[in-house]
Design a protein around this ligand. Sequence first.
Ligand code: GLN
Length: 201
Amino acid sequence: MSPVIGVLAIQGDVREHAHCLTELGAQVRLVKTAEQLVGLAGLVIPGGESTTMSILAVKNQLIEPLRELRAQIPMYGSCAGLIMLANTITDGRSDQQTIGGLDICAKRNAFGRQVDSFEIDLKIPAIGEPDFHAIFIRAPLVESASDAVEVLAAIPGERSLTGSEQIVAVRQGNLMATSFHPEITSDLRIHKYFVEMVRSA
Ligand code: GLN
């Protein structure tokens, strides 16, 4: 049976994630309320705008149910979704709430104005060859990660603007996040990796 995977559908590029998951044979449920979280095998938090997403999640009384659920089912966050899954954030709104769970500090809009958006081919051993064409749109950076966090991808120092390595994809147990947006490419390997996490959870 194909697993039912939710896409948090209060803000952001919901449709693109739903499309990727459907292509991979998952059943997709768009989630706007806590009731719709019941029975999910996994959940995707899309890219969008994390401050708006946070405000709407609070308004829809989703923060606490999502915090409970992240200990129970796999979750994947892209871009703003990465910020939502971070335990701490820098450059957020003072009242910005996250679901948390990933022991990382995410810096919002970390890549500077002149490179608000950029694309780069990344080595991601967990999904194999070839390199993944990663698209970053006002993306967050994983500024720091605890030892419990597995780094899935980083921009190597020699290719980053700062000259030091920049972590852009992580996994910790059932939680995974990317700074970039695989949902707007036709390469389904990141979503496939997540669907496999869900199937084996
Ligand atoms: N800059 C956005 C934020 O802080 C994230 C951008 C994105 O999801 N493309 O929420």
